[in-house]
Design a protein around this ligand. Structure first.
Ligand SMILES: Cc1ncc(COP(=O)(O)O)c(C=O)c1O
Length: 435
């Protein structure tokens, strides 16, 4: 069999006609499938249902006070309850004293950090909103659309940096951060990145820690959203390598204030009803706590207590995550299989094989991603919009598509993946047809 690139025009046209027939057959079936957002499936959420029964509801209010400096039912406890700070610290590899456990969403914590820097600066720096020129963030690509959306919302310029197998291109990062005082931050998803699934290497983490930022208020926004989200059995194997602690590395490099780390239990317990955490140096944490005092009288401590009763330590978290993996690993394997079979011999398309996280990143030939997504929509399959993995939704090659296999059931996923393959092949062949 010839690859698409080897075909003569006549063959390209014949192959395209076949794919169009297949596509048309899917369209006629009136499917309604979704591979767009990285949401846990209902069965994954079921795993955490017992957590809801762990708080006493009658006759034992003592329990809700025991061991806590404050009554869990009342105002107070700005930085979160001690046991929750310990739990989230263990997940992030940070001492609990440097961890703040907030509300239900780490994205909110990230937004808050950017928002405060815009209006109040960082540890006494000029508020970014009053700078004579717009501040900028480095954005490793492909990346997480909601990070980019925060920047866009505040008018922060975005500069893309290629993301490779071991992390962002550090030559580029060092060049910008160390020379340009308008570079105020970089978005990182260091373990099982969204969407490529790569894990930053030790060398990458050390190079981050060794930055010499031109701006004193530059910070690394270390979004460790998938810290414990392995698909493989062994959480620290060569397949799913551990991540060096950015906090420790920065401390060693005498750069203790340049990092903020974020995490949440959104994809451990309940997405949207979990607990979220922010860790940083002592000095940053002090300033963050002070600022937070203007925003809230305290977080939802009952939810924090529920979480620590359900997941008392890191071993319990790993055991729980293995149950998640048992549910979603077959979905990742299915998509891998359908892509490999469906694109075999065509010479088009490459995709990642992550050992954790929530996504597979697919690259088609240039100028095919939008068309693939459009064709899939016609056949009733919703995909993440093409371009979403780039700032401003603009993928310069129009090649990257984020595949999110976790939410649909296996049968639905099989169909959706088959539709995807037909659409990717169709879009690739269309590019080869000469007018
Ligand atoms: C990299 C990354 N960070 C943050 C989030 C959202 O986290 P949270 O639910 O804690 O706001 C997601 C959700 O998909 C994500 O992929």
């Amino acid at each position: 069999m010839k690859t698409y690139g080897e075909m003569v025009q006549e063959e390209v046209r014949a192959a395209l006609a076949e794919e169009r027939e297949r596509h048309e057959a899917f369209v006629r079936r009136g499917l309604k499938l979704n591979m767009a957002r990285g949401k846990p499936a209902p069965e994954q959420l079921d795993l955490s249902l017992p957590m809801l029964d762990l708080l006493p509801s009658q006759g034992s209010s003592e329990l809700l006070r025991a061991g806590a400096q404050d009554d869990l039912r009342n105002y107070g406890g700005l930085t979160g309850i001690a046991a929750a700070r310990e739990l989230m610290g263990a997940i992030m590899g940070v001492p609990p004293s440097n961890v703040l456990v907030g509300g239900n969403s780490s994205l909110t914590l990230m937004y808050n950090m950017v928002s405060r820097a815009m209006t109040h600066g960082v540890l006494g720096s000029t508020p970014w909103a009053t700078l004579p020129e717009r501040p900028a963030f480095l954005c490793p690509v492909p990346g997480y659309d909601r990070h980019f959306a925060i920047c866009e919302h505040f008018g922060i310029r975005m500069i893309t940096v290629p993301l490779g197998e071991t992390g962002p291109d550090m030559e580029v990062v060092e060049h910008y951060v160390n020379t340009d005082p308008l570079i105020k931050g970089i978005w990182c998803v260091p373990r099982f990145s969204n969407p490529t699934g790569i894990v930053y290497s030790d060398e990458t983490v050390e190079r981050f820690a060794g930055l010499s930022p031109a701006a004193a208020d530059f910070r690394i926004y270390w979004d460790n959203a998938y810290a414990v989200h392995e698909l493989v059995e062994d959480s620290q194997s060569a397949e799913a390598p551990p991540l060096l602690s950015i906090g420790d590395a920065c401390e060693r490099a005498s750069n203790s204030d340049i990092w903020y780390e974020f995490a949440s239990s959104s994809k451990i317990t309940f997405a949207g009803s979990g607990i979220a955490a922010l860790a940083s140096s002592e000095e940053n944490s002090k300033a963050i706590t002070e600022a937070l005092g203007f925003q809230t009288i305290g977080p939802d401590k009952l939810n924090q207590e529920r979480h620590v009763l359900f997941l008392p330590n890191l071993d319990a978290v790993h055991a729980h995550m293995r149950r998640h993996a048992a549910l979603i690993k077959p979905k990742f394997e299915l998509v891998q299989r359908v892509l490999a079979e469906g694109l075999a011999g065509t010479g088009v398309g490459s995709w990642t094989r992550p050992q954790g996280g929530y996504f597979i990143s697919f690259d088609g030939p240039p100028h095919t991603a939008r068309r693939t997504v459009e064709l899939a929509a016609q056949a009733g399959v919703v995909l993440t919009p093409a371009g979403a993995t780039y700032p401003y939704g603009a993928d310069p090659l129009d090649a990257n598509i984020r595949i999110a296999p976790t939410y649909p059931g296996l049968d639905e996923l099989q169909e959706a993946a088959e539709v995807f393959v037909v659409c990717a092949r169709t879009a690739a062949l269309e590019q080869l047809v000469k007018a």
